[in-house]
Design a protein. Sequence first.
Length: 501
Amino acid sequence: MTDLLANLALGFGVAFSPANLAFCTLGALVGTLIGVLPGVGPLATIAMLLPITFGLPPVGALIMLAGIYYGAQYGGSTTSILVNIPGEAASVVTTLDGHQMARQGRAGPALAISAIGSFFAGTVATVLVAALGAPLTSIALLFGPAEYFSLMVLGLIFAVVLAKGSVVKALAMILLGLMLSMVGSDIETGQSRMSFDIPEMADGIGFVTVAMGVFGFAEIMRNLEHTSSRDVVNAKLTGLMPTWPDLKACAPAIGRGTLLGSILGILPGGGAVIAAFAAYTFEKKVAKDPSRFGRGAIEGVAAPESANNAAAQTSFIPLLTLGIPPNAVMALMVGAMTIHGIVPGPQVMTKQPELFWGMIASMWLGNAMLVVINLPLVGVWVRLLRVPYRLLYPAIMMFCAIGVYSINNSPFDVIMTAAFGLVGYWLAKHDFEPAPMLLGFVLGPLMEENLRRAMLIARGDPSTFLTRPISAGLLAVATLLLIVALLPMIRQKRDEVFVED
């Protein structure tokens, strides 16, 4: 306990430096803005801003990117509630009851409960990150190449089990991601693989290219299909604060959402989106009158908003302690750390304690700032939402293209991003979820490297993965999860969870 307090004191010392405080505020503001703008999620934004972080100090850069991530969880609720368009994927569930509340003239309480729930969940999750950091790091030091490979296999299986819809489609997406990660040069021999003699593909496909195409461009194309009512945005917002009965009704939902989100954020492949869906479904199950949901139940806003914010924070745990990104946004954080010469994993806490604890302290500060930013500035965000989409979407597309081009000054990257945008749009129309593909794409090179190292150490004997106890245990859990996911009865139940009445 004394060590934890000393470490947190170190972290707050780092976070309270004027430069880091400025980066934290900037990240929270940009994150909220990105959450508010329909069609641009935290993934595309962090991808766009990666080149900017080249010239920043490592701690400041990561604090800013983290602020963007959990700021977007807050901002996404504003568009969900006011115009029925989720600002980003984790806010999809908030549209169900949040927009109904807004139509009933209760947009103010919906927005306030969303901010209060997010702040509480963020605070609890930050304490969890601090408490679990040291024990998990000591466990991670026991891991060799075989254990890391098995852990990544388990992570990809989790992504399959937690992806909504068909298990077969989720498996196909992971395999596609792994295959895309192999394009370029062999990591040991330097031999060209699947690059089709195209010089620009000799170093492989850029992560930002895939991420921004499949998520940024594709999301904008999907949003262009939807027409939205702007009556709520054009009306004046009144009665911002929730009533005492509202707070009483929401308190248990916020607690349950925080707990569920904290657990699902740690699991690979889960993250904020799954947490929000799970929390909403759970609230419907425990409600005395489930028919209220979808018609303006305030618990239907409180639970998913708490869950997605808690998950956004706890997803840093596997990244900082094991060096494994549990979701697509954390994969981008791995990219940012690598740019700054930081190797994500158990060594971060011991070799760079200022970075580790500074980030954790900045999360709490960021959450406090977000409450201050969100509630008084609701009027500003509402005015922003009045910008016609015919102006908004082309501007977003242009900034995305500039962001991609600026990484390597390569027009080919912009063309590839546009191609992945079309692929992402096609996948979404045919119920393929792109998140497992991105996770496979990020973990592919790490898996290949650890597989080769493990086989070299074992002199080519594949049984090394089964004779080492930790590795065998992780593979056993992965196999069990896959069998459970493929059982038809459970699979049917799983599909029902994601279908709203």
